[in-house]
Write a protein that binds this ligand. Structure first.
Ligand code: PRX
Length: 649
C-alpha cells in the first residue's frame, strides 16, 4: 500500500483557490460532469476577455466525431492575446510578465505586462506588414528567448496560426513541418544558446528551406550576433521589422473555434501529426488548470523549465500563466549548466514559489547528490510539479524530501499534447499525494480504464486509459487530416478518446500511469515514434530491416533499442551505431539517439509478415524468459538468435 502524503501546511494555508479541499474538488468535478455547459461557460466568461460572449457550451461528442468536430463556446468571438495582455494592463501593467534567465547564470531580462503588450503589438504589426493573413500558418523555430513567446502571441494577435518547432529538430524534420502546414513565413533567430553551446538555428532553417519556394519570408531575431548567411529578398531582421511598427495594434477578432496553433507530435505510425488547438477552449483550459493545479497566487514567481517547442511550454510557460496575469519564468539553459545546482540557484535568486520540471531532470539531478540542492535557499518554494513521463517513487521522494524539504506538495501532472493541458493531477492545496501517482482527474476529465475486452473496469484495476467526455482543451483535429485524427484516437474504443497510455487505479481511485501501450517511446520526456526511428534506420546503407523498441533506462525513463537486419554482404562493424545515430540526428534531431543496436538474422514475424514487437520488447527489457507463445512465427529460430545475441543494458 503506497503511503498517503497529506498536503503540507505551507501549501494549504491561505490558499485563494476555489479548490482548496477534497470536498471542493469533488463538488467541482461533479458540477463539470453533470452540467458541462454551465460550468465551463462560467469559467470562460470569468477568465477570458471575450469580444462577443458565447451562449453555447459544448457541441459534438465522441460518437459522431468523424462527421462533426467537438466545439466549445462556438458562437463567441475573441482574440486570445487580449486575455493574455490587454486585460491586465489596467491592474498589472507594471507587473513582470516574463522573467527570462539566459544560458549564463544571472543573465536576466524582464518584460512587464505593458512592455510585453507593446512588443507583441510591434511584432504583430511587422507580420501584418509582411502580408501574413488571418488563418495563415507561421513556423516558429527558436530557442528559449522572450521573442519566442512574443512571436507566438504576435501570430495570435493577427489571427495567424503558429506552429512552433522545437529548436533541436533537424533541417529535414523542420522541412517536413513547413511543408505539412504549408507555411510561407518562418520566424527564427541567428543562434540559440544552451549549456554554453551555440545552436545554429538560422543555418538549419536555411537548409530546411532549400528548394521550398513557397517560403517567402524568414524573420530573424538577433540573439548572439554571430554572422549568418543572408538572402536579402527573403530574410528580414526582427529589429528592422519592428523599428517603426505600432506598439498598440488592434487585435484581429477570431471565432472561438478558429485554430490558435498547430503542434506536431509523434504517434505509433507514420509521420508526426499536426494537432490543432483552437482559441477559446484551449485558453479556458490553460487558464483554469494553471490556476487551480498550482494554486496560483498574485505574488508567485512561477517557473516552468520546459521548452516552448513542446506543449508544456505552450500551455504552462506562455498561454496559461499570461492569461492568469502571473510572472512566468523562461529558462534558456539546462539543469546541469554550469553544474547540477542551476535550478536551485535560480530558485534562490528569483524566489521561485512554483517550480515545474520533468522526471528525467529530477533523476539526473538526484544522481549528482544533495549538496547541489542544499547549498541554496529554497524556502520560497511551495508547489513542485512534474510532467512528461512516469515518475518513479524514488525520484518523487527525493524531490519531496530534498528539494521541497517536506514542505511542498508535489503535483505529478499527467497530460498530453492532445489534451492541451493537465488532465489527471493533484490539486496543490487540496490533494493528498502518493509517490508515483498522478492521483485524480481535473473537472471535465472522466477517465475510464478499459480491459482487454474493451469493457470499463469498475473500482481498482489496470487497463488502457481512455477519456469518456470532451473537455475544453482537447485538440480538435489533425491539420489537414481529420480522418487520421478519428482513426488514431477514436477508433480503437468507439465512443472514447484513447490516450495510448496504460494506467492502474487503486482502491482510493488514485491513478498510476504505467506508460505507453502503443509504439510510442518516451525518452527523457521526449515523445518519439518507433516507426520514425525505423524509417531512419532503413535509410542507412548497410541496413535492410529494422525493429525499434524501448527499454527501461535509469535516468532517461526509456532508452532506444534497435534490432537491425543487414543488407546482404554488408559488414559495417563498429561504425553501424555511428551511422545509425548520424542518420537519426540528420533526419530527426540531436535528441533522437539510439542506445543499443543489435544485428539480427531476421525480425520475428508472423506468417502474415507482421513483426511481433512483444518479443523484441521482452528481449530488450532483459526478460527473454517471458516471451510467451512464439509458435505462430514464420521462423521460430530467429528468436533463439535474437535472445543469444541480446545486448544487456
Ligand atoms: O505517456 C504519457 C506521458 O507523456 C505522453 C504525452 O507526451 P506529450 O504529448 O509529448 O506531452 C508531454 C507533456 C504533457 C503521455 O501519453 N506522460 C505525460 N505526463 C505524464 C506521463 N506519463 C506518466 N506520468 C505523467 N505525469
Amino acid at each position: 500500500m503506497t503511503r498517503l502524503y497529506p498536503v503540507p501546511a505551507r501549501v494549504s494555508e491561505g490558499s485563494p483557490s476555489k479548490i482548496a479541499s477534497m470536498d471542493d474538488w469533488r463538488q467541482q468535478w461533479l458540477a463539470a460532469k453533470d452540467n458541462p455547459d454551465g460550468f465551463w461557460l462560467d469559467q470562460t466568461k470569468a477568465r477570458l476577455a471575450w469580444t462577443t460572449e458565447p451562449s453555447q457550451g459544448l457541441s459534438g461528442d465522441f460518437h459522431n466525431i468523424a462527421e462533426q468536430q467537438v466545439a466549445w463556446f462556438a458562437d463567441g468571438t475573441l482574440n486570445v492575446t487580449e486575455s493574455c495582455l490587454d486585460q491586465h494592463l489596467a491592474t498589472r501593467g507594471d507587473k513582470v510578465a516574463i522573467l527570462w534567465e539566459g544560458d549564463e547564470p544571472g543573465t536576466t531580462r524582464t518584460l512587464t505586462y505593458a512592455q510585453l503588450h507593446a512588443e507583441v503589438c510591434k511584432a504583430a504589426d511587422a507580420l501584418r506588414a509582411m502580408g501574413v493573413q488571418k488563418g495563415e500558418r507561421v513556423i516558429i523555430y527558436m530557442g528559449m528567448v522572450p521573442e519566442a513567446a512574443i512571436a507566438m502571441l504576435a501570430c495570435a494577435r493577427i489571427g495567424a496560426v503558429h506552429s512552433v518547432v522545437f529548436g533541436g529538430f533537424s533541417a529535414e524534420a523542420l522541412r517536413d513541418r513547413i511543408r505539412d502546414c504549408a507555411a510561407e513565413v518562418i520566424i527564427t533567430q541567428d543562434q540559440g544558446l544552451r549549456g554554453g553551446r551555440t545552436i545554429p538555428l538560422k543555418a538549419t532553417c536555411d537548409e530546411a528551406c532549400v528548394g521550398e519556394r513557397h517560403v517567402r519570408r524568414v524573420l530573424v531575431y538577433q540573439h548572439t550576433g554571430a554572422p549568418v548567411a543572408w538572402l536579402p529578398e527573403r530574410d528580414v531582421w526582427w529589429h528592422d521589422a519592428v523599428k517603426d511598427a505600432s506598439a498598440d495594434l488592434a487585435a484581429v477578432t477570431c471565432a472561438a473555434e478558429d485554430p490558435l496553433f498547430v503542434l506536431y507530435t509523434s504517434g505509433s505510425t507514420g509521420r508526426p501529426k499536426g494537432l490543432v488547438h483552437t482559441c477559446a477552449g484551449y485558453m479556458t483550459w490553460a487558464s483554469y488548470t494553471h490556476e487551480t493545479v498550482f494554486d496560483l497566487r498574485e505574488d508567485d514567481i512561477y517557473a516552468c523549465v520546459a521548452d516552448v517547442g513542446w506543449i508544456t511550454g505552450h500551455t504552462y510557460i506562455v498561454y496559461g500563466p499570461l492569461c492568469n496575469g502571473a510572472t512566468t519564468l523562461m529558462f534558456e539553459s539546462t539543469p546541469l549548466y554550469p553544474d547540477a545546482g542551476r535550478y536551485w540557484d535560480m530558485v534562490e535568486r528569483h524566489k521561485v514559489s512554483i517550480f515545474y520540471t520533468a522526471p528525467t531532470a529530477i533523476r539526473a539531478l538526484a544522481a549528482q547528490g544533495d549538496d547541489f540542492v542544499t547549498r541554496y535557499d529554497r524556502s520560497s518554494l511551495r508547489v513542485l510539479g512534474t510532467v512528461g513521463e512516469p515518475i518513479n517513487p524514488e525520484a518523487w521522494e527525493w524531490y519531496y524530501d530534498v528539494v521541497g524539504e517536506k514542505g511542498c506538495n508535489i503535483v505529478d501532472t499527467w497530460w498530453q499534447t492532445e489534451t492541451g493541458g493537465i488532465a489527471i493531477t493533484p490539486i496543490a492545496p487540496a490533494t493528498p499525494t502518493k509517490p508515483g501517482s498522478a492521483t485524480l482527474p481535473n473537472p471535465a476529465i472522466v477517465p475510464t480504464l478499459l480491459d482487454d475486452n474493451a469493457l470499463p473496469i469498475v473500482g481498482p484495476g489496470e487497463g488502457r486509459l481512455c477519456l469518456a467526455q470532451p473537455w475544453p482543451g482537447m485538440a480538435r483535429t489533425v491539420w489537414g487530416d481529420h480522418e487520421r485524427y478519428v482513426a488514431t484516437y477514436f477508433s480503437t474504443f468507439p465512443g472514447y478518446y484513447f490516450t495510448g497510455d496504460g494506467c492502474r487505479r487503486d482502491a482510493d481511485g488514485y491513478h498510476f500511469i504505467t506508460g505507453r501501450v502503443d509504439d510510442v517511446l518516451n525518452v527523457s520526456g521526449h515523445r518519439m515514434g518507433t516507426a520514425e526511428f525505423e524509417a531512419v534506420l532503413i535509410s542507412v546503407e548497410a541496413i535492410a530491416e529494422a525493429g525499434v523498441v524501448g527499454f527501461p533506462h535509469p535516468i532517461k525513463g526509456q532508452g532506444v533499442y534497435a534490432y537491425v537486419v543487414l543488407q546482404p554482404g554488408a559488414d559495417p562493424g563498429a561504425d553501424l551505431m555511428k551511422a545509425a545515430n548520424a542518420a537519426c540526428r540528420e533526419q530527426i534531431g540531436a535528441h533522437a539517439r539510439i542506445d543499443v543496436v543489435q544485428v539480427v538474422p531476421g525480425l520475428p514475424k508472423t506468417r502474415s509478415g507482421k513483426v511481433m514487437r512483444r518479443i523484441l520488447r521482452k528481449v530488450a527489457e532483459g526478460m527473454p524468459e517471458a516471451l510467451g507463445d512464439v509458435s505462430t512465427l514464420a521462423d521460430p529460430t530467429v528468436v533463439e538468435a535474437i535472445v543469444a545475441g541480446a545486448v544487456r543494458v
